[in-house]
Design a protein around this ligand. Structure first.
Ligand SMILES: [Zn+2]
Ligand SMILES: [Zn+2]
Length: 297
């Protein structure tokens, strides 16, 4: 059979040419890394999550819907491509633990599920969607000859390419920015250039929208006031202490505060993790910063 590649119109023997097949195989082979990256972003384990800082209480603080959508979309695309190809060839794709949920395309406006708030120190297992996507990619990688000979090859290539590009975009952290709350004048978010520690580089921030200049110190106070009433996990509390008060509280110090009941939870989250009020944390942290050698007795 002699025909043209559905993707690039190069003359070839099947529906995808050798070069396009090689690109597709590289994406499939790299799916595990890409999925890991997305899971990491979703779990807020990387810097840019921390530098975003406290936002208004109506918005989730530590959740990235773009990465969660990209993860679900990538998994759904790979799983449906594997199932469709396997069905046409009368085979069963080996996709252990693939939930039916992920066979459905993700609607554009879907509301992401609430994500667990894992301890950033822990090694994350892949989510169910992640496992399904990686398994489907491995299956497709082993069956690229079937895919090359399938009339849907060009369409499958395009769908996977789009999902991979979206996933790669969601995985690239933006340049460090320091979130400084909404502009007093126009209410757009103020984002200041930050150094590698996530602290603002300059004393003033100019609103990109209306040009009003703001004093960083004043914005800093505003953020702390906003943060005080929020209920957050221990991990987030320690991250905010670093971000807002500029001081790292060792985990051991935190654990001793909890053990001595110098700080007590105000609530629990849906996964049963205790939630602390940042105002309580701030009081202890300022005390600790002022008198670092004092032992609680
Ligand atoms: Zn081609
Ligand atoms: Zn403004």
């Amino acid at each position: 059979m002699s025909t043209t590649c559905q993707r690039c119109t190069t003359r070839t023997d099947l529906y995808l040419c050798r070069d396009c097949t090689a690109r597709l195989r590289r994406w499939l082979a790299d799916t595990h890394n890409l999925m890991n990256c997305l899971e990491t972003v979703v779990a807020r384990q990387n810097r840019f999550a921390e530098t975003v800082g406290p936002r208004s209480a109506t918005r989730p603080l530590f959740y990235n819907p773009q990465a969660a959508d990209a993860r679900r979309q990538l998994a759904a695309t790979l799983v449906s491509a594997a199932h469709e190809l396997a069905t046409r060839r009368g085979a069963v794709p080996v996709l252990p633990g693939v939930p039916r949920l992920h066979l459905q395309p993700v609607p554009r406006d879907h509301q992401p599920d609430a994500e667990p708030n894992p301890d950033p120190g822990a090694v994350l297992p892949l989510s169910r969607a992640g496992i399904a996507g990686v398994a489907a990619a491995a299956w497709l990688h082993h069956h690229t000859d079937w895919l090359r000979g399938d009339p849907s090859a060009g369409d499958v290539f395009n769908r996977i390419e789009r999902a991979v590009i979206d996933a790669e975009h969601a995985c690239v952290p933006p340049a460090p920015r320091w979130y400084a709350g909404p502009c007093d004048h126009c209410h757009h978010d103020l984002l200041a250039e930050a150094d590698t520690h996530g602290h603002p580089r300059f004393d003033t921030i100019t609103c990109e929208h209306c040009g009003t200049r703001h004093d960083v110190e004043g914005r800093h106070e505003y953020l702390i006031r906003q943060a005080r009433l929020q209920h957050i996990t221990a991990t987030t509390a320690l991250s905010w202490t670093h971000m807002l008060l500029g001081k790292r509280i060792p985990r051991g110090t935190w654990d001793s505060w909890v053990a001595r009941r110098r700080i007590t939870p105000r609530d629990i989250d849906r996964d049963g993790h205790p939630l602390y009020r940042f105002g309580d944390v701030e009081r202890l942290a300022r005390d600790h910063i002022a008198k670092p050698r004092r032992k609680a007795s």
